[in-house]
Ligand binder design. Structure first.
Ligand code: HEC
Length: 138
């Protein structure tokens, strides 16, 4: 039993090291965009823009369209997070999927001009940020 535990430990450590060596996290394998640039230039502004835009019910079609664009860009960013070998582990993958689903839900509510629904769905988006940051943002 003890021996089995040791073997499991070693296998676990080797797995962690190899993930560490191949994990990109800060950048993809071949493309130039760093994770930090993606966060500051794409993900944060669109997320903050939705948060701001949902503080009060959007006034007109233009305001709803603007929110739809932001939600769609956030949704696209969830795919970029999984691309180019950037994803290191399951926590990253789950958080990216939560961002993907959350932003798609927000977009659906925006397209239906459902203000309360969009506010509620937006919680799924911000939850995904927190989940990935807890595991991977140093
Ligand atoms: C799948 C993982 C993941 C998800 C999801 C994620 N982030 Fe990040 N984020 C990171 C990592 C990793 C860093 C640290 C990047 C670095 O410093 O190299 C980071 C850093 C940041 C930073 C700091 C950038 C800087 O200037 O150092 C901001 C702001 C940020 N994220 C916003 C967000 C917001 C808002 C969301 C949700 C809409 C989000 N992130 C979702 C992984 C993620």
């Amino acid at each position: 039993m003890k021996r089995l535990f040791c073997v499991a430990m070693i296998v676990g450590m080797v797995a962690m090291l190899s993930v560490g060596a191949s994990a990109q996290v800060k950048k993809g394998k071949s493309r130039v965009l760093t994770t930090k640039q993606m966060m500051t230039g794409l993900i944060k502004p669109n997320c903050a823009g939705i948060g701001e835009g949902l503080k009060a019910a959007p006034a007109d079609d233009k305001a709803w369209d603007d929110l739809a664009t932001k939600a769609a860009l956030l949704n696209e960013s969830s795919f970029i997070l999984m691309d180019d070998g950037r994803c290191p582990d399951g926590e990253w993958a789950n958080a990216s999927k939560a961002l993907q689903d959350g932003s798609a839900n927000v977009l659906a509510k925006i397209e239906a001009k459902d203000y309360a629904g969009a506010q509620e769905a937006f919680k799924g988006v911000t939850g995904s940020c927190a989940a990935c940051h807890k595991a991977h943002k140093k």
